[in-house]
Design a protein. Sequence first.
Length: 409
Amino acid sequence: MRSFWSDGVTERCRTGGNLAKFFSGPVGWLLLGAAWGWGILAAEGWVLGGRDPAAVWAEESRRSASFRTAVTDARREMSKRELDRAGQALRLARENARSDEEIQEVERLEALLEYLRQFWQLTAKGAQELQAGQEIEVELNRMKKIKVAFVEAVAGGVTLRVEGVNRLYLWKTMPTEIVLALAKRSLAKNNVSKVVLGAFLAMDEKGDRAQARKLWEEAMQAGLDIGSLLPELEAAEAAAKKPPLPKEDQLQEAAKEIKEAYARSYARATTPAAQEELARKLLADAQKTDDPLKRLAMLREARDLAASATELRMAASAIEQMAEHYQVDVIQMKLQMLKKAAEGARSPYQYRDVVLLSLNLADEAVRNRRQADAQAAIALAKEAARNSKSRTLMTQAIAAEEKLLGKKK
């Protein structure tokens, strides 16, 4: 599954010019954010030499939010097998890491990314060495195994004969059971392979973290120094035990307290620029509170403010951070956020963002087998493209509909 942030669909559909392409990507958005921040500081007369406390605070808030967004993106991209995008996110995370804890987190994720690269390289190489007709045993669960026959290795995947039918399986969408069956034939039976296989099981969306822990502990007992990887499992296991969202009346009460605490900022939040500034502040401060309810309410406020300011990637980041702590239907929440943004869109750039991010969300929904949500996201993209009166955007939306849903004009 590609992420909401990825350009998985848009990079396959033509966009309107290199500049638009660049600034629709994560690096471009970071540079835009940095430029905006510098413009605010210059407008207020905050010079770096004096290091006005307010300027320092604003800079730290932006840095902290950028770091947390980047590591969240890196984990998500690794879970979706988008390793190049994970690498890009980690480079941004390293640029924004300051504390020892942040640096250690980046180093841990960088190590896991390297192990994942080794896993896929070795698995693909092993598949290329298989002979046509060679049988592979696939364990569907503890009670059921099936045998499939290898047909051929192709660019980006393999063709297997399953139940009498030749089927193409691409590495990025291949069922985990088949990946593991191929990996076990490809990886050497040693402790380094246990670390590599454990990285896949720990980070893949459909992995098995309990088995990853077992493999890593065996490798550690054999003398390999990989103890620094274990905190990633603990973070993942904690995420698996996330509680449901609190009741709405509790969230409303917490939101009321937040609005009182940030009353002056809310009073100024009457323009998109001021709404974006407040959203960024709430995103950063949400990471500093130990009160889970307050954190969630701050993230919800940041999401809504960012959506109102048509800062859709910031709104998506707030949703991703909510999902780190609570059981959240991320796809549905992003879909609702985009619908709200589409209602308030007026400029060509705002419509463009709604279209592009809706198409990326449709891609994510398809890869999660959520056809109805994919159809809703495509419909939203087409409506925004129609309202924008942009032939290019409409062409992109139609091309994505054909590719993702199999519909023809």
